[in-house]
Design a protein around this ligand. Structure first.
Ligand code: GLY
Length: 355
């Protein structure tokens, strides 16, 4: 078992990583919260795989528990679903001593975390991430929230969980597409802080679910995130490095959503990481050949990297429409070579040159 200690502001909590961990989570929760009820928030897919058995195991462990399920997908990160869950907790009589458990991927983690942040002005939360993206990134660090019609993640709160339980054996049931999406974020971690992990990715490509190599990468990503969040919980400096590839990625996601083209977050970020690094090379901000190395790794892991199929003016429109980028200046993340990242502030209008 690997155990990492997260420190964020005044919060301190453990992140446990072990194959097969899910089975022991009910007993651990009973020890942590002996008098509490547990509201397990999941989605219909994860719920049908693990939800019923997890809830039954909680009851067996002596923890009163209810299962609340939402439709799978980004559409559930909405004000409507959020309000419905708050009402359901109230109808079930949940009180301040009770605990919300997020059992699912990034959508469920962000949504359930925000419910915990707001219900009765804040109750405890635990995260049990079931996708690669959630296991290495979104379940730790306390970012919670929902989307608004005006943009992604425009409402939310920092609400650190009390514990995070990462069971890599759950990744065996992920679709190839969901797995590749998580790999994009894993490549991102390697690029911003871990040259050795990037070299392993260059040699081997994606490691399969259930392999020792993937488990070790999960722990490495979590260690990087631990250090970054400890330095900058509220995302005003170093934590922004985690947005590498995301500015252009969000522009591509918006463009595709507007045109009903298939696109996922991880794929858009993969294209964004390559595109911004090509631009950084042209401007002398990145070592020559870095974009090519990134593209090769993404290709090996089954991810796209080529921006040329997308109209740059339309991507740019998608970037500036994002409310969070309406300021005069934009903070871009530049990887100068694998393992080394920096923040680069540019006038918003000049950011267009990075496309
Ligand atoms: N997922 C990016 C962050 O936690 O800051």
């Amino acid at each position: 078992m690997n155990m990492l200690t997260m420190r964020a502001g005044s919060a301190e909590y453990s992140v446990y990583v072990e194959r097969g961990l899910l089975k022991s989570v009910p007993g651990r929760l009973k020890e942590m919260f002996p008098e509490s009820r547990l509201a397990v928030i999941t989605d219909d897919n994860v719920g049908s795989l693990y939800g019923q058995s997890f809830a039954a195991a909680c009851e067996t462990a002596g923890l009163r528990c209810d299962l609340f399920s939402v439709a799978p997908g980004e559409g559930s990160k909405s004000a409507g679903t959020f309000a419905r869950l708050l009402s359901e907790l109230a109808q079930h009589g949940y009180n301040r001593a009770d605990v919300v458990a997020a059992l699912g991927g990034g959508v469920v983690g962000d949504l359930a975390g925000f419910v915990a942040a707001v219900y009765l002005r804040g109750v405890k939360a635990v995260q049990i991430p079931t996708t690669l993206l959630a296991q290495i990134d979104s379940s730790v660090g306390g970012k919670t929230g929902i989307n608004l019609p005006e943009g992604k993640n425009l409402a939310g709160a920092f609400h650190q969980p009390s514990a995070v339980f990462v069971d890599p054996s759950l990744l065996g049931t992920l679709s190839e597409a969901d797995f590749a999406d998580g790999m994009a974020e894993l490549v991102k971690y390697a690029l911003i802080r871990d040259a050795e992990m990037f070299e392993q990715l260059e040699r081997f490509g994606a490691a399969p679910a259930g392999s020792d190599m993937l488990d070790s990468w999960i722990v490495r990503c979590l260690s990087i995130k631990r250090d970054i969040v400890a330095a900058d919980e509220k995302d005003t400096g170093e934590r922004m490095l985690l947005n590498f590839g995301h500015t252009i990625g969000h522009g591509i996601e918006r463009l595709c959503a507007a045109k009903n083209l298939p696109m996922t977050h991880g794929r858009a970020v993969a294209i964004g990481m390559t595109a911004i690094t090509s631009a950084a090379e042209r401007m002398g901000l990145a070592k020559a050949g870095t974009a090519e190395r990134i593209a090769c790794v993404l290709h090996k892991t089954g991810l796209p990297y080529d921006i040329s199929a997308y109209d740059k003016d339309e991507i740019w429109k998608g970037i500036v429409v994002d409310k969070k980028t309406l300021a005069d200046k934009l903070t871009l993340v530049i990887v100068s070579e694998p393992g080394r990242a920096m923040l680069h502030r540019v006038a918003a209008a000049d950011a267009r040159n990075f496309l």
